[in-house]
Design a binder for this molecule. Structure first.
Ligand code: HEC
Length: 117
């Protein structure tokens, strides 16, 4: 009986943490700690992405909010948020998202910034 209670308690705890895990995203890196590259990437984001994406929430604007986009298992499309995949989405566009033209330096800065979200 005692063992059963313990088992149930740990199952419930696991369940509760599992639920919390769905909602609680890892924190973003505060702007005061950005590297120069991340700060340049933030400027690229503001110029090219901010009109359609919130960086600090997952709530949608024209596209999905991008908080923790590189830390989640899967992006809204279901694809893993690898740099390769992000680069393809950014340069080629996807669905209603237009392609964005970026040179290699701006792209690298933007990816560094996306990792801070
Ligand atoms: C004109 C609006 C618009 C702009 C500008 C825009 N996006 Fe998007 N974005 C969207 C829409 C709409 C989607 C959803 C596309 C879909 O899945 O059909 C999307 C999806 C995404 C996704 C999720 C992809 C996935 O696989 O689920 C990422 C990441 C993303 N955008 C990043 C960016 C970045 C970074 C920029 C700036 C370079 C940017 N977007 C510029 C509208 C935009």
């Amino acid at each position: 009986m005692r063992a059963w209670n313990l088992l149930m308690a740990s199952a419930l705890t696991t369940f509760a943490f599992g639920l919390a895990g769905c909602r609680t995203l890892p924190p973003s890196k505060p702007s005061s700690e950005w590297t120069p590259q991340e700060a340049r990437g933030a400027a690229v984001f503001n110029q090219k992405c901010a009109r359609c994406h919130y960086p600090t929430t997952t709530a949608p604007l024209h596209g999905p909010g991008l908080q923790a986009i590189t830390k989640v298992k899967a992006m809204p499309s279901g694809a893993p948020p690898t740099d390769e995949r992000l680069t393809a989405v950014i340069l080629d566009g996807r669905g209603m998202m237009p392609a964005t033209q970026l040179n290699d330096a701006d792209l690298a800065d933007l990816l560094a910034y996306l990792h801070t979200l």
